[in-house]
Design a protein around this ligand. Structure first.
Ligand code: NDP
Length: 254
């Protein structure tokens, strides 16, 4: 038995058409899984699919705005129609709006919470029946260093990412008896579109991260591939409800 072999498994990665999601999709595919990328930007998805195909992966794109419950149900239905099963769900889609707390509109607050937290709940709910009837499955929710720390420019983001950790624990307790493990991954600072914008908006961020991170560098999306494989495979069958920082040590220094 290979603890890390995902041959025959099928994964959905929301926001898998770029950044961290694509890094995780590469890991899952390299371990043998077929991967469904879900997102809104079809052109970005086409590039991601070409990358995955070049690596020999079975992959597909389903256009979905995961803030919509109906879109999440359709995403799962299309995955089942195309690949016949669903074993792994990575709730990765996310966004941020950086402002001081007093400056957010109500719509901006809801946009960040809906994209980062509600979407993960809706996709998990949509995936549950297929996993339960198959006798088990794996859900991986993407938190952040903002699941642990605060920042003046990240009130809704931090609320959503703190929520991811607590939602993960609640789902893990609810669905353990169904053979479904639910865990969170807390990436440190990773070089993606999201943080390229952050580095333009937050002065000194690039250097602060390099200085604080014991590994001495920003992460790259492929740094998240290994934990995705671990949490998606048999190796983690007795691991549930936890939140694993993948951060080059960022969260353990004072
Ligand atoms: P990117 O901006 O590169 O990726 C975000 C992805 O989310 C995009 O592929 C986007 O696809 C998708 N997305 C956003 N909104 C929606 C939506 N409504 N429906 C479907 N898909 C959506 O950023 P990252 O790769 O950095 O972020 C991925 C996750 O990792 C996020 O949850 C982020 O909060 C988290 N994270 C990132 C860190 C970092 O340092 N980069 C650190 C900690 C956590 P599309 O444009 O096609 O909709």
């Amino acid at each position: 038995m290979d603890l890390f072999d995902l041959t025959g498994k099928v994964a959905i990665v929301t926001g898998g058409n770029g950044g961290i999601g694509l890094g995780m999709a590469h890991g899952l595919a390299a371990a043998g899984a077929a991967v469904v990328l879900a997102g809104r930007d079809a052109a970005k998805a086409e590039r991601a699919l070409a990358e995955l195909a070049a690596a020999g992966a079975a992959a597909a794109f389903v256009a979905a705005d995961v803030t919509s419950a109906e879109a999440c149900r359709t995403l799962v239905a299309e995955t089942l129609a195309r690949f016949g099963r669903l074993d792994i769900l990575v709730n990765n889609a996310g966004t941020s709006i950086r402002k001081m707390p007093q400056d957010y509109t109500e719509a901006e607050w809801h946009h960040v919470l809906d994209t980062n937290l509600t979407s993960a709940f809706l996709c998990s709910q949509a995936a549950y029946p297929a996993m339960k009837s198959a006798g088990g499955g794996k859900m991986i929710n993407i938190g952040s260093m903002m699941s642990l720390f605060g920042a003046p420019y990240a009130t809704p983001y931090a609320a959503s990412k703190g929520g991811i950790v607590q939602m993960t624990r609640a789902l893990a307790t609810a669905w353990a008896k169904d053979g479904i493990q639910v865990n969170a991954v807390l990436p440190g600072w990773i070089d993606t579109d999201l943080t390229r914008i952050a580095r333009r908006q937050v002065e000194g961020l690039q250097e602060r991260v390099e200085t604080r991170t014991p590994a001495g560098r920003w992460g790259v999306p492929s740094d998240l591939a290994g934990v995705a494989v671990f949490l998606a495979g048999k190796a983690s069958d007795f691991v549930t409800g936890t939140a694993i920082p993948i951060d080059g040590g960022f969260s353990i220094v004072t």
